[in-house]
Design a protein around this ligand. Structure first.
Ligand SMILES: O=C(CO)COP(=O)(O)O
Length: 249
């Protein structure tokens, strides 16, 4: 039985001060959640938010990281730094990183391995662009991203991580994939994982859907057999809405 996991990706929103206040408000609104809850603020907010949620079940995640331990990589942050800041999770290969910062499957793979080596659970993002979906290439693209991102990992490692299916055309557009379409791709991702490392891991790995998840579509999405959670952008920036998403039916 896979425990659902709902994560909020705050992207480049909220200062550290605003993030801390928001996190405290969130703690008051999310009590006794039956699911894993993760919030991913910007780097400068990790420490204060980590302190704000310390005695609560809410976990801390980062939005990106470098794969190296340390070194001359101006502007980057290492897995050890994230761990030291209180992170348990890190988002890897978000489509905005792939699109605007030229992140490749090879880089994603290095980041996934580095995260696991530092006891950080990677949330590995995959998803096709609109033109690719319309050209009937969804499975080709998503399959290659899954195989590339998870290359060389043991069955046990794959079982421990989280995969987020985020169709690029559904991110921030208000255009959610239908629950049936999302289920179909999440099922395909699970089958791809099974072919890669075996059915046992495929049965354990948690797969989130992301892309315009809102309070009014979460229930239908979570009712799908292969959707184990959500990676929420815009709707995670409102306390009441995010609390409602976490408390899906
Ligand atoms: O990119 C996303 C989460 O990582 C989804 O963003 P929205 O929920 O704003 O569409």
């Amino acid at each position: 039985m896979r425990k659902p996991i709902i994560a909020g990706n705050w992207k480049m929103h909220k200062t550290a001060t605003a993030s801390e206040a928001f996190a405290r408000d969130l703690c008051d609104n999310i009590t006794g959640a039956a699911v894993d809850v993760v919030i991913c603020p910007n780097f400068t907010a990790l420490l204060p938010v980590g302190i704000a949620i310390k005695e609560t079940p809410i976990k801390l995640g980062a939005q990106n990281m470098h794969w190296e331990e340390q070194g001359a990589f101006t502007g980057e942050i290492s897995p050890a730094m994230l761990q030291d800041s209180g992170c348990d999770y890190v988002i890897v290969g978000h489509s905005e990183r792939r699109q605007y910062f030229a992140e490749t499957d090879e880089a994603v793979n290095k980041k996934v391995k580095a995260a696991l080596a530092h006891n950080l659970t990677p949330i590995v993002c995959v998803g096709e662009m609109l033109a690719q979906r319309e050209a009937g290439q969804t499975q080709t693209i998503v399959g290659a991203q899954v195989r590339g991102g998870l290359a060389g990992l043991s069955a046990e490692a794959v079982a421990s991580l989280v995969i987020a299916y985020e169709p690029v055309w559904a991110i921030g557009t208000g255009r959610t994939a239908s629950a049936v379409d999302a289920q179909e791709v999440c099922r395909f991702i699970r089958d791809t994982v099974a072919a890669l490392v075996g059915q046992g891991s495929a049965d354990c790995v948690r797969i989130q859907y992301g892309g315009s998840v809102k309070a009014d579509n979460i229930d239908e999405l979570m009712a799908q057999p292969d959707i184990d959670g959500a990676l929420v952008g815009g709707a995670s920036l409102d306390t009441k809405t995010f609390a409602r998403i976490v408390n899906f039916q």
